[in-house]
Design a protein around this ligand. Structure first.
Ligand SMILES: Cc1cc2nc3c(=O)[nH]c(=O)nc-3n(C[C@H](O)[C@H](O)[C@H](O)COP(=O)(O)OP(=O)(O)OC[C@H]3O[C@@H](n4cnc5c(N)ncnc54)[C@H](O)[C@@H]3O)c2cc1C
Length: 445
């Protein structure tokens, strides 16, 4: 791994006192519920607050969400985070799959073009010693795995991934851990120095709850809080289509991804396929043109898929539309919330010299954390970011996610020191201060 220049802004100059273990998590999507459960396991007294009565009613509310793997032949930061994420996720969801939520049916990814084919071969070589993680599969074995005849002659197969109903996962994470869900639409957060605690207020300015620590996990709506309004988040609409299974499509055994994705039929005999990407469109109404786009994506993914799905009438199809919360570098945001004004002043010299030697640690808001920016892969990222964040809040730098631990056992030569470095790299890659520093260095802020 290349030696990275020091990044003092990621060190906390003003660690806050912690006297009790009360945490409020704003947002009961997959980001909020996984972090709530991770904190509960560490002995925190957690309350989740959401504007809906039930968990998983917005982006995390589709009937079938896939644990989507995005690897690369290159050993860059984004694929390294993605690798850690799918390792953690495949382990994390085991109990849900075992309890009958969704299915660990494997995920088969077919290449979209020649470049992807070349990459898949390299990925197959790179992970040749880890067939339990991913395998490049060819020819007839593709049909044996997927259950239907596909035209693709090469694919990547991830045997330990699959699909889940995200809302039920969110609800179970709270129920199984006895974490209360409070219904309130939080409008602002105010810190009281004398009480060492945050007060959360609703739209009527009524106090909803006080707690020492707060995790903001409200997806794009992190933008509405003064403390996290600086985050460069985008709201990106997407629609999925639910397709009634046909005699032939019922044979689909794995999730199949390419230009789009399709799941095996669920208990209601529907496949979920999608999804569209519409920026600057802010409606959750279903659109016929998006159903058609999803069907076209299926055909573009593989002609074999189009053949088994028949010709459904798009105007009659059910589906669901909601919003992803995306970041400019496609990585989630998980960590302590910087005092943005203080950072801009402390590191102002980066505007003139991006390589200026600075030793000052960063100033952060007391016991305030954020977990958002899950983009199109919330199910894959959330177990990892939750674990990292809970470790940071609990002041632990111990085992990351058990998926990493499992990997460590598979790779006995790997040193714990390297594991710690990897963990630090993951934290920095997803750090909430990274955008402020990046923009200072580019003299854009
Ligand atoms: C069409 C579509 C298909 C997708 N398919 C997949 C897939 O197959 N696999 C996958 O991994 N990902 C998929 N995604 C992405 C995935 O849905 C998201 O990454 C994930 O759900 C984000 O989780 P979250 O908890 O950050 O946000 P959300 O689930 O949106 O949760 C945020 C919560 O915060 C609450 N909230 C917001 N503001 C406030 C406030 N002020 N006060 C109180 N509560 C508040 C909201 O009510 C909401 O419950 C898809 C997304 C879309 C749109």
């Amino acid at each position: 791994m290349k030696q990275k220049p020091p990044a003092p802004w990621f060190n906390i100059a003003n660690p806050a006192i912690r006297t009790d273990k009360t945490v409020s998590v704003i947002g009961a999507g997959i980001a909020g519920c996984t972090v709530a459960a991770a904190l509960h396991r560490r002995g925190f007294q957690v309350t989740v607050i959401d504007r809906h009565q039930q968990a998983g009613q917005e982006a995390s509310g589709n009937a079938q969400g896939i644990v989507y793997p995005k690897l690369s032949a290159r050993d860059d930061l984004l694929p390294r985070v993605n690798l850690a994420a799918i390792r953690a996720a495949s382990h994390y969801y085991q109990p849900f799959w075992q309890a009958g939520l969704g299915r660990q049916c494997g995920v088969l990814v077919v290449p979209e073009n020649q470049k992807a084919r070349d990459d898949f071969l390299l990925i197959g070589q790179r992970f040749a010693d880890q067939p339990q993680l991913v395998e490049a599969v060819h020819g007839e074995s593709i049909e044996a795995l997927s259950g239907i005849a596909l035209q693709a002659q090469l694919a990547l197969y991830f045997p330990t991934l699959g699909w889940l109903p995200p809302a039920l996962v969110c609800q179970q994470l709270l129920a199984l851990n006895g974490i209360p869900l409070l219904q309130a639409d939080i409008a602002s957060l105010q810190y009281s120095d004398s009480e060492n605690s945050w007060q959360l207020r609703d739209r009527e300015q009524q106090s909803v709850i006080n707690s020492e620590t707060v995790v903001i996990a409200s997806a794009y709506d992190c933008k509405q809080f003064e403390q996290t309004s600086y985050l460069p988040l985008r709201k990106l609409r997407g629609q999925i289509t639910q397709l009634p299974a046909t005699a032939e499509s019922r044979k689909i055994k794995t999730v199949i991804c390419g230009e789009g994705y399709i799941t095996p039929a669920d208990n209601n005999d529907n496949h979920s396929c999608g999804a569209t990407y519409n920026k600057d469109l802010f409606t959750t109404e279903l659109r016929d043109q998006d159903h058609r786009a999803n069907l076209q994506q299926m055909a573009a993914t593989d002609a074999g898929l189009a053949a088994v799905l028949g010709q459904p009438d798009s105007s009659q199809l059910p589906g669901r539309a909601n919003f992803r919360c995306t970041t400019p570098d496609y990585l989630p945001i998980a960590g302590p919330v910087p005092d943005a004004a203080a950072m801009l002043s402390d590191y102002a010299m980066l505007r003139r010299d991006a390589k200026a030697l600075i030793t000052t640690s960063g100033r952060y808001l007391p016991n305030l954390f954020v977990n958002c920016g899950m983009g199109s892969r919330g199910l894959s990222y959330a177990p990892l970011t939750a674990e990292l964040l809970a470790n940071q809040i609990a002041g632990q730098m111990s085992a990351l996610a058990q998926g990493e631990e499992q990997h460590k056992q598979e790779q006995p030569e790997e040193q714990p020191k390297q594991q710690k470095k990897q963990q630090e790299e993951l934290c920095q890659a997803m750090h909430p201060a990274r955008f402020l520093i990046r923009d200072l260095k580019r003299n854009r802020i």
